[in-house]
Design a protein around this ligand. Structure first.
Ligand code: NDP
Length: 333
């Protein structure tokens, strides 16, 4: 068992909620790993829309200042006293809590990390831990997509959206995606969307009605929220499933329960944390994601890389809908 004393590292910190400018590049002391913990030197950090919610204060961090970031791959630099099963030099990945990935190094509970298969590039792994496991639980557990289902995926060219469309297609579903531009539509098609709707040019609810000959879809995966929620409900067939898993455009307006009664709809607001809460769930979800990458079922689009110090620019681009696929921050980039 090896432990080394920690030095100062560079990290992005947030002292007050606000725009991308509140992301400050600072020297921080991260300390030594305690019982059950490891210290990891990050190689690649995944950027996620949830980082924007925390930066803005839509979701609240436990304390201020805080280091954002919930997805990274790195090399184990030190292990806490008495810890077995992890060694210095292991390449590991994590997604979720604790926050703190926007840092050259971070302390993590060993039980929260998974080993990265040697055939998967660390940058790729850092792009699919949070986004890929989200796609996994959405199509395999939250609502089980089966051959012959028709599914609607909003933000189909985004980080989660790209993986979700590929996975739903591989399960045999007819996939309808919405995007904001023609360029994004091309990517969504490549990712297995049978139909792509450019939501700025046409009403997605009307188009879905046309495409499905008035039948509607079995499930809507809606990460856009405010702008799409009502239209998404309209797209569902009788006893369809509304999966509201994000709010890129803002929180959806409240609806009366009776709005579900019209078609006996199911509504869920799931979170990755509740689907990877146990060690077994985490290993199974990560295992399926890595397995599908190795098998060529999932193509991971690492479309944007920024130096970690430029995280503010990366946030700006993600929020202004300029990015597609996964965005990664590179600590020594
Ligand atoms: P994306 O790469 O998908 O980026 C967000 C996309 O949302 C944009 O590219 C844009 O695509 C679309 N969008 C629509 N309206 C807006 C708006 N007003 N402002 C900004 N974007 C908008 O991000 P991620 O892959 O990181 O995350 C996707 C969603 O999934 C997020 O809402 C996130 O919170 C959610 N999520 C939820 C999880 C859960 O377990 N509940 C876990 C992981 C992610 P376009 O221009 O094509 O419309």
């Amino acid at each position: 068992i090896f432990t080394s004393s920690s030095a100062m590292v560079k990290a992005i910190r947030v002292h007050e909620h606000g725009g991308p400018e509140v992301l400050k590049w600072e020297d921080v002391e991260i300390g030594d790993p305690k019982d059950g913990e490891i210290r990891v030197r990050n190689k690649a950090i995944g950027l996620n829309f949830i980082d924007v919610y925390f930066r803005k204060g839509v979701y609240k961090a436990a304390a201020m200042p805080f280091i954002p970031g919930m997805e990274a791959v790195g090399v184990v630099m030190a292990v806490g006293p008495g810890l077995t099963g992890r060694q210095v030099g292991d390449v590991v990945a994590y997604a979720g809590f604790p926050m703190g990935a926007y840092s050259e190094e971070q302390i993590l509970p060993a039980e929260k990390v998974v080993p990265v298969p040697s055939n998967i590039d660390p940058t790729v792994a850092a792009s699919v831990m949070l986004k890929g496991m989200t796609a996994q639980y959405l199509v395999r557990r939250c609502f089980k997509v089966e051959r012959g289902h028709t599914v609607l995926v909003h933000a189909a060219a985004g980080g989660v959206g790209s993986l979700l469309c590929q996975w739903a297609n591989a399960l045999g579903a007819i996939v309808i995606g919405t995007v904001s531009t023609k360029e994004k539509a091309m990517q969504a098609k490549e990712d297995g969307c049978h139909h792509v709707i450019i939501s700025k040019e046409e009403s997605f609810a009307e188009r879905v009605t046309e495409i499905t000959s008035g039948q509607g879809v079995e499930v809507v995966y809606d990460s856009v929220g405010k702008d799409t929620f009502e239209g998404s409900l309209a797209c569902l067939k009788t006893r369809g499933h509304m999966v509201s898993f994000g709010q890129a455009s803002g929180a959806p307006d409240p609806i009366p329960l009776s709005a579900l009664g019209v078609k006996s709809l199911y509504l869920t607001r799931p979170s990755l944390m509740q689907y990877t809460g146990t060690r077994d769930e985490l290993l199974e979800a990560a295992g399926e994601v890595f397995g599908n990458i190795s098998a060529g079922i999932l193509r991971v689009r690492v479309n944007h890389k920024y130096p970690l110090s430029q995280a503010a620019q990366a946030h700006l681009d993600l929020e202004s809908r300029k990015t597609t696929g996964s965005v990664v921050l590179i600590p020594d980039g």
